[in-house]
Design a protein around this ligand. Structure first.
Ligand code: E4P
Length: 220
């Protein structure tokens, strides 16, 4: 399973890259705004900076703001031309599906975002999306079960042979990462806190403290 970081924060992206486990980055307009990145030129520069930090071969999702087919295509092409790492992120709306199918024909990689049902995931795959992003945290937020959606999509894609990668998004904590791995997600995209949370275990801390104390006691 691949690990993407879900942020536009360059320090977090650097830290995850240095950890040696990062496969890619996802962003969205809210995450860009959170970092104070506004205006077309600043946004495009920020995407380029992210691509340079993560290095070659690591996908970086850049989301279109347009909601109409022609505008989405123009915007998506501009984003794709920015850097070879860029994957065009397109919302699961009618024009979005049309745009994904068009990008697929052009060989432009896409991430279909704002997916909340198995039916939407079927459409995204049929249109040729490279990634489909089911938002598990937001489903949990309304007391439904986000992980069931990952399992359903995994079953459908396995049965049908769709090649779209399941990118579990809207991950809120380390347990989501573990559950998404069990459910068959190809990729998880998570905040740095959730990735670092995977490290935590009190028995590791207690064990290490004892090993170091015994080493000292033995005269090391
Ligand atoms: C990723 O592609 C999504 O934009 C992101 O995971 C949404 O996460 P949130 O529900 O925590 O905002």
């Amino acid at each position: 399973m691949q690990f993407f970081i879900d942020t536009a924060n360059l320090d977090h992206i650097r830290e995850a890259t240095e950890l040696g486990i990062l496969d890619g980055v996802t962003t969205n307009p809210s995450l860009m705004a959170k970092e104070g990145i506004t205006g077309d030129n600043a946004v495009l520069k920020h995407y380029r900076d992210i691509c340079e930090i993560v290095g070659p071969g690591r996908d970086v999702s850049a989301e279109v703001i347009s909601t109409e087919f022609k505008a989405m295509v123009t915007e998506g092409k501009k984003l794709a031309e920015l850097h070879e790492n860029i994957v065009v992120k397109v919302p699961m709306i009618k024009d979005g599906v049309k745009a994904i199918a068009h990008f697929s024909e052009l060989g432009i990689r896409t991430n279909c975002t704002l997916v909340f049902s198995a039916g939407q995931a079927i459409l995204a795959a049929k249109a040729g999306a490279t990634y489909v992003s089911p938002f598990i945290g937001r489903i949990d937020d309304i007391s439904w079960d986000g992980m069931t959606l990952i399992k359903d999509i995994f079953e459908i894609y396995s049965t049908t042979g769709y090649e779209t990668a399941i990118l579990a998004a809207s991950i809120r904590n380390p347990l989501h990462i573990v559950q998404a791995a069990k459910a068959g997600a190809d990729v998880v995209t998570c905040p740095l806190s959730a990735i670092l949370g995977l490290l935590q275990h009190p028995l590791t801390d207690i064990g290490l403290e004892k090993f170091l104390a015994d080493y000292k006691k033995a005269g090391g």
